[in-house]
Design a binder for this molecule. Structure first.
Ligand code: DGT
Ligand code: MG
Length: 362
C-alpha cells in the first residue's frame, strides 16, 4: 500500500451544490497563510482548528503545480471551510491572515513562544498581565524557570537557524564524549536534518548501544561530566518506560515519550561568523537514549516531521488497530508487541511501502 501523509482520510469534496471555495474567492490560498492560521488557532487554544489548518497546509504542499481556486477548495475539503468560519469566507483568507499578523496578541504570543521553555499557556498569561516585550519580562522581574532564563539569555542565537554543518559538528562532539564513556555506543542525527533539511531549529541526537542495558546512564557522561564548559544549560529526564505496563491506549498520550533524555543548550565554537563579536553560538540540542530493541521506533519517532508522525500513528490506529509510539508497535487484535530491527520492518508490520526520511517532510 502506498500512502501519502496528509491524505488520510481522503479529503471530503465540497458539496457540489456549493460553488464557493474555502479560499473565499480571493488570491490563492498559500501554505504560509494556512500555517499562520494554524499558529493563531494554537495560540487561542483551538487545537482542532489548528490541526485542520496544519493538515490543509500539508495537503496543499503535496498538490501538484498551480490549481484553480475551485480545484484547490475541493482538494482541501469542507472541514477547512468550517474552520475558517463564515466571516472569513466572505471577506477572504488573505484579509484574515493580514489581520492576524498585525494583531498585537498574535505578535506578542509569537515573540514569547519563541523563548525556549515557554508554551502557549505561559505566553498567554504574560500577555494577559500586560507584558509585551522581552525587556518588559526582565524589568518586571517576571518569575522564570531555569529553562526560560536560559532561553531568554540566548534568545537571538536560539532563534537563528542551525546549519547542517553545525549539527554535524555537535554530532561529532557528542560521539567523542560517548565513545570515551562507552565504546561501541552510537550517535545518530535525527529530526529535520535526517529528512535532508539544510537547517533546523535544534539538533536531535539519538544514542544507543548494540548490547541492551549498556546504554543506561549514558547521558550523564555527555551532559554532566566532561563537557561542562560546552554545555550552557541542561535538564535531564530519566527513562520511565516499562514494557510490562502494556501499550498506551490508542489516541492517548503519544506525543511525549519516556526515554532518558537531556534537553540542552550547547556552546558551539564558530569561526568567521559574520557580524558576531564572539566566536561561539548557543545551539539547542536534544539528546535521547534508546535501548537497542526500541531504537528503530525511536528513530522513526524522532525523525518526524511532526505531521508525518501524527498521520502515521493515526493510520496505525484507525486502519490497522495498532498502537505506534517511539518505543513500540502493539497489535491490539493479536494482543502482542511487534518487534522490529529497522524502520523498514515497522513499515512492513503496518502493511505500508517504506517511506525514506527525505519523503517524510509533510
Ligand atoms: P526543526 O528542529 O524545527 O528543524 O524540525 P524537526 O522536524 O527536527 O522538529 P523537532 O526537533 O521539534 O522534532 C523532531 C521530531 O522529534 C519530531 O517529528 C517530533 C519528535 N519529537 C520532538 N519532541 C518529542 C518528544 O518530546 N517526544 C516524542 N516522542 N517525539 C518528539
Ligand atoms: Mg529538530
Amino acid at each position: 500500500v502506498s500512502w501519502v501523509p496528509g491524505t488520510d482520510p481522503p479529503p471530503t469534496p465540497l458539496p457540489s451544490s456549493s460553488s464557493r471555495c474555502p479560499t473565499g474567492g480571493d488570491s490563492a490560498l498559500s501554505q504560509e497563510a494556512l500555517e499562520t492560521l494554524a499558529e493563531e488557532a494554537g495560540f487561542s487554544g483551538s487545537e482542532g482548528r489548528s490541526l485542520a489548518f496544519t493538515r490543509a497546509a500539508s495537503v496543499l504542499k503535496a498538490l501538484p503545480g498551480q490549481l484553480s481556486a475551485l480545484e484547490e477548495g475541493q482538494a482541501l475539503g469542507s472541514g477547512l471551510s468550517l474552520s475558517l468560519g463564515q466571516d472569513v469566507l466572505e471577506d477572504g483568507v488573505s484579509v484574515e491572515v493580514e489581520r492576524v499578523k498585525l494583531s498585537e496578541r498574535y505578535r506578542t504570543m509569537k515573540l514569547f513562544t519563541k523563548i525556549f521553555g515557554v508554551g502557549v499557556r505561559t505566553a498567554s498569561r504574560w500577555y494577559q498581565e500586560g507584558i509585551r516585550t522581552l525587556v518588559d519580562l526582565q524589568e518586571r522581574n517576571t518569575k522564570l524557570t531555569r529553562q526560560q532564563q536560559a532561553g531568554l539569555q540566548h534568545y537571538e542565537d536560539l532563534n537563528t537557524p542551525v546549519e547542517r554543518g553545525e549539527a554535524e559538528s555537535i554530532g561529532r562532539m557528542v560521539q567523542e564524549a560517548v565513545q570515551r564513556f562507552l565504546p561501541g555506543a552510537s550517535v545518530t542525527l535525527a529530526g529535520g536534518f535526517r529528512r535532508g533539511k539544510p537547517r533546523g531549529h535544534d539538533v536531535d541526537l539519538l544514542l544507543t548501544h548494540p548490547e541492551a542495558g549498556r546504554e543506561a546512564g549514558l547521558l550523564s557522561a555527555v551532559c554532566l561530566s566532561p563537557h561542562q564548559g560546552l554545555i550552557l544549560y541542561q535538564h535531564s529526564q530519566e527513562n520511565s518506560f516499562a514494557l510490562h505496563e502494556g501499550p498506551e491506549p490508542p489516541g492517548g498520550r503519544d506525543v511525549l515519550d519516556r526515554f532518558e533524555r537531556c534537553f540542552s543548550i550547547f556552546r558551539l565554537e564558530v569561526q568567521g561568523r559574520p557580524g558576531a563579536a564572539r566566536g561561539w553560538k548557543a545551539v539547542r540540542v536534544d539528546l535521547v537514549v534508546a535501548p537497542v530493541g526500541q531504537f528503530p521506533f525511536a528513530l522513526l519517532g524522532w525523525t518526524g516531521s511532526r505531521h508525518f508522525e501524527r498521520e502515521l500513528r493515526r493510520f496505525a490506529g484507525h486502519e490497522r488497530k495498532m498502537v505506534l509510539n517511539s518505543h513500540t508497535l502493539y497489535d491490539t487484535r493479536l494482543n502482542l508487541f511487534l518487534p522490529a530491527a529497522s524502520e523498514e520492518e515497522i513499515f512492513q508490520h503496518l502493511g505500508l511501502e517504506y517511506v525514506p526520511p527525505t519523503q517524510r517532510n509533510a
